[in-house]
Design a protein around this ligand. Structure first.
Ligand SMILES: Nc1ncnc2c1ncn2[C@@H]1O[C@H](COP(=O)(O)OP(=O)(O)OP(=O)(O)O)[C@@H](O)[C@H]1O
Length: 309
């Protein structure tokens, strides 16, 4: 463990993550870090009590070298927002112990999902690398921001999972997707300016801005996205497809093959301004973002130091 990058470590764990398995995961992490004392220069574990708690805990973690987020993309999102309140020269590195239903950020970083021992073993042998974050109207995002039907699907999965835990991740996104897309849509009237260019007037079914390639538990919406290229990657439709074609594109998106369609566009960007003329579903890292008249989206290259496997 001589080269462990963890230093003085704070674990912030969501006990409710992954349908309550976060609590057992936190206990396992405590045993691991106690047994392998040389992995850290001392550690503490804090459990979140409710939504939003992780932001405040992370914001007061400047005395630690690393903060390990144990939970799903929602709690990692909160911890990243808390860490960004700390001055850059005092900001701890972020490590993740993925324990969620979707685990898209884990997929982006290459961390083992829902395997606390495996993820901790990756972290103690890991290396620190700066990665980018997205920023939308003052809120940082680690992986995904999307508008339209794909956001409606992501938000539907959260509602359905609260009532029925028998499905999760990709399977849940898939069944919600079929249900919502089969109902059809004329799209949401939208104006988008990428990197200060002349605005495009579009009718959007999907408009996603990604740090990493996937959302929805493994749907490769932006297969070319990377957290270390200093850019966000956008995916949007330039026309409204028929319902059968839309369903086909949805199935192809699982492996990222939808981008070969002539009505799907993908591009890298530094910033965008998005306005909708009607309320639209919006999700950020799987959680609902309130509707606003205007969304200003930016990338912050090398904003956060993350422990990579
Ligand atoms: N103690 C808690 N009790 C209930 N909810 C909590 C608690 N702590 C945090 N939360 C909220 O739980 C939500 C979901 O958490 P998280 O993302 O960690 O797990 P998940 O939903 O199982 O995983 P994924 O985001 O990958 O689907 C977040 O919005 C978070 O704010």
């Amino acid at each position: 463990m001589a080269h462990s990058p963890l230093g003085r470590t704070l674990v912030i764990a969501n006990p409710a993550a992954h349908s309550g398995k976060g609590a057992t995961g936190a206990e396992f992490a405590r045993h691991f870090l106690t047994s392998y004392a040389s992995a850290t220069k001392g550690y503490e574990i804090r459990l979140t009590a409710s939504m939003g708690d992780a932001v405040n805990i992370a914001a007061s973690a400047a005395s630690f070298d690393s903060v390990l987020a144990l939970g799903g993309d929602g709690v990692i999102h909160e911890i990243a927002n808390g860490l960004m309140k700390i001055a850059p020269d005092r900001r701890p590195a972020l490590g993740i112990i993925p324990m969620g239903s979707g685990n898209d950020y884990a997929r982006t970083l290459g961390m083992k999902p829902n395997n606390v021992e495996g993820a901790l073993a990756q972290l103690v042998r890991g290396h620190i690398m700066p990665v980018e974050l997205g920023l939308v109207n003052g809120e940082y995002f680690i992986e995904t921001l999307s508008f339209g039907l794909d956001a409606a699907i992501a938000l539907d999965t959260t509602t359905r999972r609260a009532h029925d835990t028998s499905q999760e991740g990709e399977a849940l996104f898939f069944t919600s997707g079929l249900r919502i897309l089969s109902a059809g849509s004329k799209g949401y009237a939208c104006s988008v300016s990428f990197d200060g260019e002349k605005p495009l007037e579009l009718r959007e079914l999907i408009l996603a801005f990604q740090v990493g390639p996937t959302y929805g538990g493994g749907f490769k919406i932006c297969p070319d996205a990377s957290p270390i290229d200093g850019k966000l990657t956008a995916c949007y439709n330039s026309k409204i497809p028929s319902i059968p074609r839309l369903l086909t594109l949805f199935l192809l998106a699982k492996k990222g093959r939808h981008v070969n369609s002539n009505i799907i566009k993908q591009r890298h960007l530094d910033r965008a301004v998005v306005t909708f003329s009607e309320p639209v579903p919006v999700q950020v890292d799987g959680e609902e973002l309130p509707y606003a008249d205007k969304y200003e989206v930016h990338v912050l290259p090398k904003a956060l130091r993350v422990i990579m496997p």
